[in-house]
Ligand binder design. Sequence first.
Ligand SMILES: Nc1ncnc2c1ncn2[C@@H]1O[C@H](COP(=O)(O)OP(=O)(O)OP(=O)(O)O)[C@@H](O)[C@H]1O
Length: 891
Amino acid sequence: MRFQGHRVKVKSTATHVSWKAVNTAVGCCVDRRKLARRVPFDEVLSATALNKQTGCCYARDHSFVIHTFSRPPSGDPNTWRPEEYVLTAASGEAVREWVALINGRLQALRDRPRNLLVYVNPFSGARRARHIWERVAAPLFARARVAVTVVDTAKMDHAKEMVECMKAEELAGYQGVVAVGGDGLFQEVVAGLLARRARGDVTAHRIRVGHIPAGSTDAVAYTLHGSRCAATAALHIALGDRLSLDAGRMAAADGTVRHFVCQAGYGFMGDVMRFSERLRFMGPVRYDVTGALQVVRGASYRVALSYREATSTTADVQQLCTTQCEVCRLAGIRVQGPHGATYHRSATTSNLPGSGAPAAAAIAVTTTSGGVALGTPLGGAGPHAAPPGMHGGGGGGHGHGHGMVSSASAGAVALSSTPQPSRHVPLQGPLPVSLAGLAGPGGASGAATADTTPAQPGTPVHGTAHATSVAAVQAWQAQAMGLFTSATAGWFTPNSHTSAPPGGGGGGAAGGAGGAGNAGNGSARSASGHGGTSGDAAAGWLGPPPPALTTTAVAAPPGAPSGSLATGGSGAGGGSGQGLLRAPSAPLHLHHLAAPSFPELCGPLHTAPAYAGMPAGAFTAAAGSINGTGFPRSGAGGGGGSGCGGSPRAPSSLTGHATGTTAAAAAAAPDQLQLPPSLSSHSVPITATAGAGGAGSAAGTPSGASASATASQPLYKGHLASGPGGGSGVEAGGGAGGLCTAPVVDAEGWTHVEGEFASIMCVVTPCRSDKSKRGIIPNGHLCDGRMYLVLVAKCAHPNFLRFLIRLSARGLVDRCLPHVRVVPITALRVSPLPGGHYLGGCLWDAGAPESAWNVDGELLHCADVNVDVLRGAVEVFARGPETPAAARQHR
Ligand SMILES: Nc1ncnc2c1ncn2[C@@H]1O[C@H](COP(=O)(O)OP(=O)(O)OP(=O)(O)O)[C@@H](O)[C@H]1O
């Protein structure tokens, strides 16, 4: 054949097509090496026969073209250009053979998309999204023979709603969904897919997401590909690159849930976003303008932070996450594909038995007096994804729990779950004994409990069984059942004692205890639970095994009013508790309090947040207040035992036991049978007494000290713990810049800090952008199951400028500046506190006491949030940035 007018010898192997000049082809003035090419098939879009007449005096030209791309010969290899290699054969027959051979090889690449759904936001960035799609991306997809369905978004959340509500069969027709716009549009698509997954739609698991940058920041595309080039992004999509990507999930106290794949920022970042929205007419430059104004403004905000530090892994090695990222590969996310090509596989879809089908392990049972609601789903993947412990502290209304599938593979634990849609099953007599729990060899485990209403006190409490799983997971179930049977038997049987399963079960136990107290059939009963570790049963789930779990259900006193008597689990710190809640048989819906991270999954009633560490007594009292029946109510629950003395987030630091009484005002609302969206309008005085040896003592609360606090603040803000004793432990000073309290680590591994910060960021991937080319966290990873908490203490203007310059030029590492901390974490809670400093001005609300969250470029106005990370939450069309050494040149 001929290439660029010279004779070349072409050959094809299983992985590539290559050619080089034959010896006699070139004279001494032509460098033979410049004619040689080696093009891997996984970098070829397609081959097409050319059928052109080269001129009236010449014969028909028998040529074909190989559509591929090229990297710059030097410098950054991450900006690709479409490339065409034209080869001329001796005959038309030869051309047809070569075209068929190359396209046949491409057909065999199973990750190549054939049909894509494309959303274009015409208003992104400088409003060039449509133009970029038509001029840059669409022609490349046509070259790659990818069919596309294009939708222009008409409003905010249009793409999210469409993805979320589309029929499963329709979605199954696509291999991926592409967002042409900014980070916000990409986030919409991700949110839509995750919502489907939360509903149990297995189709959504294998849908990849692509981002063709046309917005103002385009941090997603930059992070994934190392460049903001639209052609590069389109090429990655057309070539079918695949990579699993972590996502952060931010659940706000107002019930809003947002996902992010780059960063969520409070303080400076939030203010920049908040005010730049008013300057949208300026286009992308609005961020520079408002950024400068915010530096001048020098705002700082007081918050209470609790975070769970990530365990040390290979990710701690200061190493860049690129195509060959060893950290992500070790995590089992990237595996070597056939023919030496690197394929990226999601742990959620390929590491489980019966590969391809996502594991289903959603288990939850909630019971009300009228029936049993099944299927509270698990939403996350990753050892820290599900916060089942939130269920443990809620004695009273419902027994419920979780199951989680765990698989250990390639040095990492991969967790996956497929939730089931909630159903409501009428309660007809005693239900079959229930148990739902799955555990895998990875160590994480869970449990589910349920309650119904035994006719007589003293008879076993039956539960409902609900465990849904794919066939592969059922194999694990058999293994897990033994574990859980022994662990949970006691939860259903009064006066029994049992031990927790390794690594989990506390949540279920406490939930079970509460569940046992749920009446619903008119017969009163009470239950007291003694959680092994704490009312914050997350510890039972994620942390070390509790020393013992004890559950006791006892009959209610004779003549007790019809209704339920319930208590929550007790804390581990030496405290134990029991509660008494009298209410009619109306459901208490305590699980709404108990699952703040999944409000979108659990319906509107789940919007009222509660946090781990809230004393069970508080739950009980709160429930009593909102049920408002006029019965006298008192609640006494075991202290939650999260053990941070004085942290506003951990009222249970007043461990020992807490006694709750409902406010009289609350009792004056007898018709309020369900939780309002927020508890903020309810004042629930709580008197708490610290018990001897409580977990709080570990955090500085003097052992045995008494503390009492009356909460006039919303419960969820955790201001309960401001009393003496509880508050004494943390005001030790120290911390970042000396402006925050010394970090206090509680028994469950949460670190609690209060302070005044100029900026708080939660960065889930390196987060590269034009403003920070190396990334905010240069050594972050795309899929390692951790986030990085960046704390910038209140500081003088020059110091904040130093921070911005450092962030922009080199990225951040821990203590890169005296007032900057970078901590790898897996979960975070943030609550605003009164205080803070800022200048007023026409562009901002001078009196605003709180900042807002900037969640991947979208505003979230509620400052009170819970954040966790979903490992490998989405699959994306990407392979990670390439290094010059790793980039394969075709020459
Ligand atoms: N047709 C539309 N009209 C108005 N808003 C839209 C429309 N389509 C999408 N949106 C919303 O516009 C917001 C911004 O979109 P997008 O993120 O694509 O651009 P951007 O903000 O300019 O870019 P970046 O997020 O990279 O800074 C998103 O919240 C998105 O939900």
